[in-house]
Design a binder for this molecule. Structure first.
Ligand SMILES: NC(=O)c1ccc[n+]([C@@H]2O[C@H](COP(=O)([O-])OP(=O)(O)OC[C@H]3O[C@@H](n4cnc5c(N)ncnc54)[C@H](OP(=O)(O)O)[C@@H]3O)[C@@H](O)[C@H]2O)c1
Length: 389
């Protein structure tokens, strides 16, 4: 497709993990993108996006990119009417990737504001711009709890793991009703958990998969420091020692509610599959971007031990006994991973039969040790995102 026949695309969430990867890839393949976003304490929208463009090495494509500072909660997206009209006139399709991705119940009000209340502004914009297509980046976990086979249909779930899932399910339903009423074609794209690039290991965000690894690495480093610099008193008290071959024996029993999977996909697959859907699936629909070969925490723990030269990690499926004594490392780890625990041993299976994508045979890779190593080494090299941009 040449630049001329690619629809000018308004993209929200371009300062985030998935949105920035999508923006970079779409610019590279010749799209004109209008990034709708906001400034924050780190800089103006322009400064933030240009930092990202440098990270992707695509500064030269800035001629295809327009930036518009918006506020979803204000009429006309917070723009003067003339600017709003100009924006509407240019926009041919919309990708709505912005979302508050916090799981915390304490943040319920903000999560619903960003993910649900904001929809009025963005949907009015879709109608006013006579957008041909609305693409909504959702999550596979709108399926909610208590289901085992999750279909590519709208969710009618009543219970969710957290407020984020709940708000995304509500948003899907609102967007779907609106697009139907306004005859706007709609695709709902539902990734599972996204990690870095499977080819390069690069990533901009280090939560979900990365969080337990980072937590375990921090705990390992506390004891290595104790062993090397403080005589190993703390370590000895907790049965932690260095083996002759240099491996650290660090007993870490991780209890997960039941035997299950960790469904993760790399960001390069997310981007390729999303662009495929946008370009080829002209009827719209709901698409699970999930892994048919999900990994398990037992596998990830093995990878972790190999990379970090550690022994003693044990994944135990079942409820943690009430009176079980936990060592300090285990207590710390439990606290770190609490919000992610339900995703680490998940029994849900995701339908991936939507004909448009299924026939393309585009599948995420199995999570191998090589991919794990690339991703974690990259994460460590940028200090888990502290020194990335
Ligand atoms: N990452 C995953 O593993 C994953 C998995 C499944 C689905 N998803 C979905 O993918 C999408 C992107 O997720 P992500 O991981 O890239 O999230 P992210 O890194 O947290 O980025 C979120 C983006 O949304 C923007 N945003 C949030 N609230 C906003 C508001 N009130 N007004 C304007 N912009 C707002 C953020 O802007 P600021 O930078 O200005 O805050 C940022 O650009 C989300 O819809 C999420 O539900 C992600």
């Amino acid at each position: 497709m040449s630049l001329q026949n690619k629809p000018t695309t308004a993209l929200t969430g371009a300062t985030g993990f998935l949105g920035s990867h999508l923006m970079a890839s779409m610019l590279t393949t010749g799209y004109r993108i209008i990034a709708l976003g906001r400034s924050n304490k780190e800089g103006t929208l322009k400064e933030r996006i240009f930092k990202l463009m440098r990270w992707f090495g695509i500064e030269a494509l800035d001629g295809q990119l327009e930036l518009v500072e918006i506020d979803f909660l204000k009429p006309f997206l917070g723009l003067p009417e003339s600017e709003y009209k100009e924006l509407c006139a240019k926009t041919e399709q919309i990708i709505h990737c912005a979302s508050d991705t916090s799981f915390s119940e304490r943040k319920r009000e903000n999560v619903f504001k960003s993910n649900v209340a904001s929809l009025k502004g963005i949907l009015d914009f879709a109608e006013d711009s006579k957008a041909d297509f609305f693409h909504y980046i959702s999550t596979a976990y709108v399926a909610g709890t208590g289901v085992t086979y999750c279909k590519e249909i709208l969710s009618s779930a009543k219970s969710f793991t957290n407020v984020y899932e709940e708000s995304k399910a509500a948003a899907e339903n609102i967007i779907s009703r609106f697009c139907q009423k306004s005859s706007i074609r709609l695709s709902i794209i539902r990734p599972s958990i996204v990690y870095g690039d499977s080819q390069t290991g690069r990533s901009l965000k280090f939560n979900a998969l990365y969080f337990p690894i980072r937590s375990a690495q921090s705990i390992r480093d506390i004891y290595l420091n104790d062993l090397y610099n403080n005589g190993g008193i703390k370590a000895a008290k907790n049965g932690i020692y260095l083996d002759k071959d240099g491996y650290l024996f660090l007993p870490l029993k991780i209890y997960l509610p039941e035997e299950g999977y960790l469904n993760i996909i790399p960001v390069d697959y997310f981007v390729n599959a999303t662009i495929k859907i946008i370009e080829n699936c002209s009827q719209g629909g709901i698409y699970h971007l999930t892994n048919n070969l999900p990994t398990t925490m037992k596998i990830v723990a093995k990878y972790y031990e190999q990379l970090m030269k550690v022994r003693g990690v044990e994944i135990i499926y079942g409820l943690q006994p009430d009176n079980l004594l936990r060592n300090p490392a285990e207590e710390l780890f439990d606290r770190f991973i609490e919000p992610y625990r339900p995703y680490l041993s998940d029994k849900r299976v995701f339908d991936r039969t939507n004909a448009c994508l299924a026939t393309d045979n585009l599948n995420p890779p199995e999570f191998t040790y090589e991919i794990f190593k690339k991703c974690i080494e990259y994460a460590i090299s940028v200090n888990w995102g502290q020194s990335i941009l």
